[in-house]
Ligand binder design. Structure first.
Ligand SMILES: CC(C)(COP(=O)(O)OP(=O)(O)OC[C@H]1O[C@@H](n2cnc3c(N)ncnc32)[C@H](O)[C@@H]1OP(=O)(O)O)[C@@H](O)C(=O)NCCC(=O)NCCS
Length: 164
């Protein structure tokens, strides 16, 4: 793992790589999500297409999110370069403490530092709770996509002008 940042929650957000995949799988399983996609996520990290961020509390992985900036689906939105946030999950025992927000902010900062000025996030249609959270965090509905498991809403948020 590399490059960690601190935030007021005393949660450390770190970038994870291949060797850390078991921790990410465990966080996903805590909310009933499969770990099947995790190796593919880390393959994209190794290819330089994605970041996997993990929130650690007292050295223990309590949440994760990923940011992809080389996705053909999300690359340009109305002429703007966009990066895509996905796979946001926080262990149930650690939810409602601001960790999800801290992870999304860390992903937004990473996108901003790479020169992106729009960030998108996908949320499955039935997940109204997550959609409401994202809207509170400044995301607005952009479009719907149909995946094999159902409709996914794509929300977008404009970031300040990138630092070049
Ligand atoms: C969606 C998810 C990641 C949110 O994570 P989280 O860490 O609970 O998010 P936050 O704590 O930043 O915000 C959640 C709520 O806690 C509140 N909160 C934040 N800090 C708080 C604190 N110190 N005290 C009390 N409440 C607090 C927020 O205001 C927000 O309130 P609301 O639900 O009334 O709107 C989490 O619920 C989760 O893992 N769900 C299952 C997986 C999932 O659906 N992922 C999203 C896929 S699109």
């Amino acid at each position: 793992m590399a490059v960690a940042t601190e935030n007021p929650l005393l949660v450390r957000v770190a970038r994870y790589e291949w060797g850390d995949s078991e921790a990410v799988i465990a966080v996903r399983r805590s909310v009933g999500w499969s770990g099947d996609t995790v190796h593919d996520q880390f393959r994209r990290v190794a290819e330089g297409r994605r970041l996997v961020l993990v929130a650690e509390y007292d050295g223990y992985a309590v949440g994760t999110v990923s940011l992809e900036w080389n996705s053909t689906h999300y690359r340009t939105i109305r002429g703007q370069h966009s990066a895509h946030i996905s796979n946001l999950v926080v262990r149930p025992a650690h939810q409602r403490q601001g960790i999800g927000r801290a992870l999304v902010e860390a992903a937004e900062e990473a996108a901003h530092a790479r020169g992106y000025n729009v960030v998108t996030i996908g949320v499955d249609q039935p997940n109204r709770y997550a959609r409401r959270l994202y809207e509170r965090w400044g995301y607005q509905w952009l479009k719907d996509t149909r995946q094999h498991w159902g409709v996914v809403h794509i929300l977008a948020r404009r970031l300040p002008s990138p630092r070049w």
